[in-house]
Design a protein around this ligand. Structure first.
Ligand code: NAD
Ligand code: MG
Length: 389
């Protein structure tokens, strides 16, 4: 039996992972499930899957979790330390599906104990790419991409040498506002931004898709995961979300990966890798679809994309600063404190301040300094928003 843990089990990716595990009862020995405030869901899944331990991120939820697990044999725990402890428990395969930089310490712990890490949490690579890849190399852990575009690149590569790769094209649906006039974007509400045309995902990544901060994170994620140069990564708007990525080779050949927009494909691919197994996803009928369309991504409409280039060129701690500032700006947008279009302005201003301090940006690239930069960028974002906006 394969020992598996799911970090962020109560979220959209976590629930899709559980859906796949549920279809093969007896094949998996569930070690740890983690969640946030949805204690009923966490406890229900932990009991049904006979997990060893269930962890909530929030200390104040521990009593509720203990009550829900009383007499079931599933251990209850809470807090950041408990998340890392649970991720450190020996497992063969760990799904990293916490949202935000909060996923970094437990994901890293899973890598350090040598598990195969199925990485949905893109923030891990944006904030700490070199550290994560180095840790995986040292512990012998395999990191497999779960973000659909990166899973698509991985599959389209088919094991070919990276030296033959000229370019990688990440597709983007364009998000909720792709057809809105640019002048109207400032009036977009969190509710409007929380509806995705093609994918069913958590609220934060859905809003990030509307602003293309999600694609900006993914561009950086691709650079870190596949060791690409910034100029090798392109973004292409593809409203149908059927092609997830394209790998362009030095001889002009292009390998595209197609599939229905269902995260269970990328999750299932990572779960069964290096084999493939039957997955319960829709099969594409291309004749019925008729056509697939493409357009260029416009950095005026999507300033987040230009910020990604800036971050990649700056290197060092810029990724950690970028992600943390983005998380705070997103919190403020969801809370109704700033406008949709102000998120990119906030992030740009935070980068202006933090990039100027070489002591911070070029600090030794370890977890402590990354978390320090994360903290600084959040504070700076709050200052920027309190001041000007
Ligand atoms: P979600 O909001 O649906 O779920 C997030 C999970 O993380 C929940 O279990 C929640 O309880 C937990 N969580 C939230 N804050 C936490 C904290 N501070 N500490 C510990 N746990 C916390 O998110 P999602 O859409 O499933 O996305 C999860 C990750 O996967 C994100 O990094 C996202 O960018 C990435 N991703 C998601 C999709 C998708 O289709 N949903 C696709 C590609 C990549
Ligand atoms: Mg993606």
């Amino acid at each position: 039996m394969r020992r598996v843990s799911i970090l962020g089990a109560t979220g959209s990716i976590g629930q899709n992972t559980i859906d796949l595990i549920d279809r093969a009862p007896g094949a998996y020995d569930v070690v740890a499930l983690t969640g946030g405030r949805n204690i009923a869901q966490l406890a229900r899944d932990a009991i049904r899957l006979k997990a060893d331990v269930a962890v909530t991120a929030h200390n104040e939820c521990l009593d509720d979790l203990r009550d829900a697990l009383l007499g079931t044999g599933v251990e209850a725990a809470a807090g950041q330390g408990a998340l890392v402890e649970a991720a450190s428990r020996p497992a063969d395969w760990v799904m990293s599906a916490i949202v935000g930089a909060a996923g970094l310490p437990p994901g890293l712990a899973a890598i350090q104990q040598g598990a195969t890490l199925a990485l949905a949490n893109k923030e891990t690579l944006v904030a700490a790419g070199p550290l994560v890849m180095r840790s995986a190399y040292q512990s012998g852990s395999t990191v497999l991409p779960v973000d659909s575009e990166h899973s698509a690149v991985f599959q389209a590569l088919g094991g070919e040498a990276m030296t033959s790769v000229e370019r990688v094209i990440l597709t983007a649906s364009g998000g909720a506002f792709r057809d809105w006039p640019i002048e109207k974007l400032h009036s977009a509400t969190p509710e409007q931004a929380s509806t995705h045309p093609n994918w069913d995902m958590g609220q934060r990544i859905t809003i990030d898709s509307a602003s293309m901060f999600n694609k900006a994170l993914e561009v950086i994620e691709a650079k870190e995961f596949f060791a690409l140069r910034p100029d090798q990564i392109e973004v292409l708007i593809h409203p149908e979300s059927m092609i997830h990525a394209i790998v362009g080779h030095v001889d002009g050949g292009m390998m595209a990966h197609l599939g229905a927009p269902d995260m269970r494909h990328a999750i299932g691919y990572a779960l069964h890798w290096p084999d493939r197994a039957h997955l319960p996803v829709e099969r594409l009928d291309l004749a019925k679809l008729g056509q697939l369309t493409f357009r260029a991504a416009d950095t005026t409409r999507y300033p987040a994309l230009a910020l990604a280039t800036r971050v990649m060129e700056r290197g060092g701690m810029a990724g950690a600063a970028f992600n943390a500032a983005k998380e705070r700006a997103l919190d403020a947008f969801i809370g109704g404190h700033i406008k949709f279009t102000e998120m990119a302005e906030v992030v740009a201003r935070v980068l202006d301040v933090l990039e100027a301090d070489l002591g911070h940006i070029e600090a030794v690239f370890d977890l402590d300094n990354i978390l320090k930069m994360d903290h600084l960028a959040r504070e700076e974002a709050d200052r920027v928003m309190a001041r000007a906006l």
